[in-house]
Design a protein around this ligand. Structure first.
Ligand code: AQP
Length: 334
């Protein structure tokens, strides 16, 4: 059976980058017949950065409501929060005993986030990819939709699965494959076309949040960094113009058009004209999602019930995998 596992951190609510780069594809994968889909609000991963406990709990609920609002259907996908299934932490410990430290120190994300402070960085930051391997393999996930930035971590998941299988002479864990979808878009910051749009960017003007209203979306696009030239008529004209390239890519992803078609329509136009059209298409996509999310948040009991049911379904798949792992490793079952 082909099984997709993917997660999103409740570090803040979802932004347009998370949606166009990942979550929109989650909905497409759920709606296709090829995969069983498991989607997780990875709150344990969020703890690798300092979190205010009250805000974290609110973000877990808000993010879940947003996932429901964009079309994740808890009847067709398993949707839950990572901390609801203790097996994630337990399997991560077991995997940490078959994962050499050198593999973790080499991870680009660790090097970027820890910088020169590797000795004072938290162990959780270093161990993040081991927990990610546990997230996927606890369900024997076979396919993981990943962006460029997560490819290295998925490679490590495969290495950990292989290391476990080899050490114990079993063929127990699958080696999960990256599921690359053509329609995924890497969305860059609206303030700096060389940085990805990110929840943790200090400036809210760097991103479009899924909950932004029409006025805020218009203001953020108006303020988005651009250059003085009009839009080119050919894709080649976007080279060395990262901010222009980003806005064109966002427009294309939202309107379902490729870059050539967007430039055929707007080539030669000034940014003021293009930004107006970009706002219209963004509002058309995001306004109904924001409305649905606010409706769901008015009934937090419903969101909690969805997570509870999802957690039960996830735990039912996880329990035998964890028990068999413990058996293979020579532990006594609880
Ligand atoms: N800018 C982006 N463009 C395309 N895809 C993106 N993703 C994140 N940012 C972009 C994809 O969204 C999924 C969930 O991401 P995550 O919550 O696990 O964490 P992240 O990649 O670290 O995202 P952020 O927004 O930058 O969060 P913070 O600031 O908390 O670290 C992933 O599939 C990711 O590739």
């Amino acid at each position: 059976m082909k099984r997709i596992f993917s997660g999103i951190q409740p570090t803040h609510n979802m932004h347009l980058g998370n949606y166009l780069g990942a979550v929109r594809n989650w909905v497409a994968l759920q709606d296709g017949a090829e995969f069983e889909t498991i989607y997780c609000v990875v709150d344990l991963h969020a703890l690798t950065q300092p979190q205010d406990p009250v805000e974290l709990r609110a973000h877990i609920r808000e993010l879940t409501a947003t996932l429901l609002a964009v079309g994740i259907d808890p009847e067709r996908s398993i949707l839950f929060a990572q901390s609801q299934v203790p097996g994630h932490s337990e399997l991560a410990w077991l995997f940490s005993c078959v994962t050499p430290l050198g593999w973790l120190r080499r991870m680009t994300q660790f090097k970027d986030k820890a910088g020169k402070q590797q000795d004072t960085a938290m162990h959780g930051l270093l161990a993040y990819p081991v927990l990610m391997a546990a997230d996927i393999l606890l369900y024997k996930g076979t396919h993981v939709p990943v962006g460029e930035d997560q490819k290295q971590h998925l490679e490590l998941t495969r290495d950990i699965a292989q290391s476990f299988n080899q050490r114990y002479g079993v063929d127990f864990f699958p080696l999960p494959e990256p599921q690359i979808l053509g329609s995924a878009t890497r969305v860059m910051s609206l303030r700096d076309g060389s940085k990805k749009m990110s929840k943790s960017d200090e400036s809210d003007y760097s991103r479009i949040n899924m909950t932004d209203d029409a006025d805020t979306i218009a203001l953020k696009f108006r303020r988005a960094k651009t250059d003085p030239e009009p839009l080119p008529t050919e894709a080649a004209g976007l080279a060395s113009r990262p901010e222009a390239e980003n806005l064109v890519a966002i427009y294309g992803a939202l309107a379902g058009k490729d870059v050539g078609a967007v430039l055929a329509e707007f080539g030669g136009a000034p940014f003021s004209t293009f930004k107006g059209a970009l706002t219209d298409v963004a509002v058309a996509v995001l306004a109904p999602i924001g409305g649905e999310m606010r409706r769901l948040m008015a009934d937090p009991g419903h969101v909690d019930a969805v997570l509870r049911r999802g957690g039960e379904k996830a735990a039912a798949i996880a329990a035998p995998v964890l028990a068999e792992t413990q058996d293979i490793m020579g532990l006594l079952r609880p």
